[in-house]
Design a protein around this ligand. Structure first.
Ligand code: SAH
Length: 245
């Protein structure tokens, strides 16, 4: 049997979600309807266990949170003396973050991005841009020493992955350390999001600019995944660092 026939089932699996597109308005609808099952009420265990590898002994690291939602990890890092910049489309989600974390904030327009706003904690440690991520750039928000990508690479439309990776790499300082959390499951059984992202996918989009190290691979199957029609789910955490120039 030719090798390409042997590979066909794998290719079919990888392409099962290729054309899935979720509009920004669908995310907003989820927030309005309170369908935010992705939110965690505790600091992410894999951020906690890998924090040393991101911070690397540095103080006051500038962290970027793409597609931040109301992740409490932002407050956790800010409490350690780091600063955090997030991007999130849902104003409702952003306001819930500041309310739930008891943080006073100011709201300002972002002249460089028509229609966008930035919500800043009054202590200056956390800023969240309310806009489409693809409108954000280093010109608007500067560059970063750390990136926490949970529910972000797996949440964007699969067809946008290269555009996403190119943007994220443009936000990395030379000493940036970028943690990306991915999920692997059978994509024929669940349409996503979160979408299935393989190590191959990570290498394809980030491999040109970053060295990629698999840090952890854990069985993350929970009861809710059974209702998605799955019987297994693996969470993988990679560390991306800019290739030496
Ligand atoms: N990282 C967060 C949220 C994950 S869910 C967490 O771990 O809890 C993905 C989030 O991205 C949603 O809150 C959704 O509103 C937001 N989002 C999706 N596409 C976006 C885009 N193109 N620009 C900005 N935010 C987006």
């Amino acid at each position: 049997m030719p090798i390409c026939s042997l590979l066909k089932p794998i290719r079919d699996k990888m392409s099962a979600q290729e054309n899935r597109v979720m509009a920004l308005s669908e995310w907003e609808d989820r927030w309005q309807a309170g369908k935010t099952g992705f939110h965690r009420s505790e600091v992410h265990n894999l951020l906690e266990s890998n924090l040393d590898k991101v911070v690397c002994g540095r103080n006051e690291v500038r962290f970027f949170f793409p597609l931040c939602g109301k992740a409490i990890d932002m407050k956790w890092l800010a409490d350690m003396g780091h600063t955090v910049v997030g991007v999130e489309i849902s104003e409702k989600g952003i306001k819930q973050f500041f309310a739930e974390q008891n943080l006073a904030f100011n709201e300002e327009p972002v002249p460089a991005i028509p229609g966008a706003k930035v919500f800043k904690s009054t202590d200056g440690t956390i800023s969240i841009y309310q806009c489409d991520l693809y409108k954000f750039s280093s010109t608007v928000g500067g560059k970063f020493g750390g990136i926490w990508d949970r529910g972000a690479l797996v949440a964007i439309n699969p067809c946008d992955r290269q555009k996403y990776a190119t943007l994220l790499m443009s936000l990395m300082n030379n000493d940036c350390r970028y943690l990306v959390d991915t999920l692997e499951y059978n994509p024929e059984l669940y349409k996503g999001p979160p979408f299935f992202v393989s190590e191959e996918d990570v290498k394809n989009v980030f491999g040109g600019g970053c060295d990629i190290e698999l840090l952890e691979s854990v069985d993350a199957f929970e009861k809710k995944h059974k209702s998605w029609g799955l019987d297994s789910l693996t969470e993988k955490m990679y560390l991306l660092t800019p290739k030496a120039q």
